[in-house]
Design a protein around this ligand. Structure first.
Ligand code: HEM
Length: 498
């Protein structure tokens, strides 16, 4: 009998462990309940595979940040191996290949380098908001164009000229296919790897067919996108994209080994996919929250109006500090709808002990970001969208850092959602400054010119509020909703033209 003291958790069955209690749907909500019932560090195992769920920020900081060397692995994810998607930086185990790919991305997304993309972002966001003029219900397609256009240009140097651009359509489809996959390491096939070898016609094996078609589709697209850059370089056209930079000129490209080329190809596609789905979900949450909270929208518009009245132009990045309420809306958007509710699971390399509790090596470690954002001790009434919770008494945005506060007798860490939503430790999102800047600009520029309104019921013609519901796989995004984005006035519209 194993005498070590494991963290508490739900009762397990002999041999199979917590197969019956491990959630298949909305795991973030079930994990939060476990946190309340069993403690902030919860242990379960499925067929001997240890799983640790973290429901408190100080434990997450102590383990994933401070003991990062031991907590930065990724689980083996069979389904992702089946679609040849396991060599991406997101899923690579902690090691040299991961370090190399990660460095390639992160050195192009430092706070300083991200500023170089600001002119591109300002242009793209301007085109995005302009599209609402005369087309109030075009949020879905305009957002797709904004994100695909920006990321295709940044990663491959491909300029999207029209809404039926074939790369934009294909890559959008690929990103959506990938977004359907559940969290790596937590699928039935990850617990029973032999399932992948069963024939496709076997009951319940539909995922094999899905995986096969995703694999072929993604592989072909990755090659075609790489070819955009290769063709540009070979024909002497200027291409300043990330992939062009990583690949280098023809001389450098010849010196690259097979693995180097795979790294470049994987990183191009990963930067696109990692950036688009998450940012899109965040922006959808913003629009949804504006429809159902018109008074909050109004307050932000007044803040922007005061600024615009003195400056006579649309807000830009350098105005961020002057618009604290807009900043608080962004923080509340992160809190209300984190696009990766469980981040991406980490794993441990070796055994560890935390506060006398044993954490086995090879554990799947799941930080419950959604749980942190919905902890009522830190964020009272978490179901209410309330940007004021991020505002100080003097009307400034709370600082972008974690601070400890006394809440009742219990010491808890109060936190800023913008430091939680992007994950933790060595695996923290390398695109966070870029994404944060882009979403902020979308919020500020939309509200400067437009009202975000509920759709009209087709029969009654009356405004009808959409449901606030999320669809969750490994990612979470608001359920499809409609909205009308209408100019606030001719005067506000003129800001776009000027
Ligand atoms: C609002 C938008 C975004 C959110 C909320 C977000 C969130 C996250 C989270 C939670 C993780 C997992 C961190 C962990 O394992 O602890 C992650 C990883 C990652 N993100 Fe983002 N992300 C966003 C946008 C972007 C963008 C724009 C890029 C591209 C430049 C990007 C690239 C990546 C990559 C490459 C990883 C994997 C890092 C690794 O495993 O080492 N993300 N992101």
């Amino acid at each position: 009998k194993d005498k070590r003291r494991y963290p508490p958790g739900p009762a397990a069955d002999p041999i199979v462990g917590n197969v019956r209690s491990f959630p298949q749907h909305d795991p973030h909500k079930v994990f939060s309940k476990w946190g309340k019932t069993f403690g902030e560090l919860t242990y379960v195992h499925v067929l001997g595979k240890p799983i640790i769920v973290l429901n408190s920020l100080d434990i997450i900081k102590n383990l994933l940040d401070k003991r990062g060397m031991n907590y930065s692995g990724r689980p083996r994810a069979i389904l992702y191996e089946m679609i040849k998607w396991s060599e991406t930086v997101i899923l690579l185990p902690f090691g040299e290949k991961w370090k190399k790919q990660r460095r390639m991305i992160s050195e192009n997304f430092t706070p300083t380098t991200v500023k170089e993309y600001f002119p591109l972002l300002e242009n793209e966001v301007l085109s995005f908001v302009r599209r609402f003029e005369g087309r109030p219900d075009c949020l879905d397609e305009s957002l797709h164009r904004l994100l695909s256009g920006t990321m295709l240009r940044l990663t491959y140097g491909h300029i999207v000229q029209s809404d039926d651009d074939s790369f934009m359509e294909r890559i959008g489809r690929a990103a959506h296919l990938l977004a359907l996959y559940p969290n790596p390491g937590a699928m039935p096939v990850d617990f029973f790897p032999f399932l992948r070898y069963l024939p496709v016609w076997f009951p319940g094996m539909g995922f094999i067919r899905h995986a096969n078609s995703t694999r072929d589709f993604v592989a072909e697209l990755t090659e075609d996108l790489y070819k955009i850059v290769e063709d540009d370089v070979l024909s002497g056209r200027m291409n300043t994209s990330l992939v062009a930079k990583w690949r280098g000129d023809s001389k450098k490209a010849k010196s690259l080994g097979r693995d180097d080329i795979i790294d470049v190809k994987m990183n191009g596609f990963t930067t696109y996919v990692a950036g688009v789905e998450t940012t899109e979900s965040t922006i959808f949450t913003f629009y949804l929250m504006m429809i159902v909270n018109p008074e909050i929208q109004r307050r932000a518009q007044l803040e922007i109006d005061q600024f615009v009245a003195t400056e006579g132009r649309l807000p830009s990045f350098e105005d961020r500090t002057q618009l604290p309420f807009v900043g608080c809306i962004l923080k509340e958007v992160y809190r209300f709808g984190p696009p990766l509710p469980l981040a991406v699971p980490h794993t441990t390399f070796k055994d560890d002990v935390y506060k006398n509790m044993f954490i086995p090596g090879g554990s799947l470690v799941i930080p419950n970001i959604w749980g942190l954002m919905n902890d009522e001790k830190v964020f009272p009434d978490p179901n209410v969208f309330n940007p004021d919770r991020h505002m100080t008494k003097t009307g400034a945005e709370t600082k972008n850092e974690v601070s400890s506060v006394e809440l009742g007798s219990e010491k808890t860490i109060a936190s800023d959602p913008s430091t939680l939503v992007f994950g933790f430790g060595r695996r923290i999102c390398p695109g966070k400054q870029f994404a944060d800047g882009m979403v902020w600009l979308v919020i500020a520029r939309t509200l400067a010119v437009f009202d975000v309104l509920p759709p009209l019921n087709e029969t009654t013609g009356k405004p009808e509020l959409p449901e606030v519901e999320y669809i969750t796989t490994a990612t979470a995004r608001p359920k499809d909703f409609k909205c009308r984005v209408l100019p606030r006035s001719e005067r506000h519209l003129s800001l776009l033209r000027d």
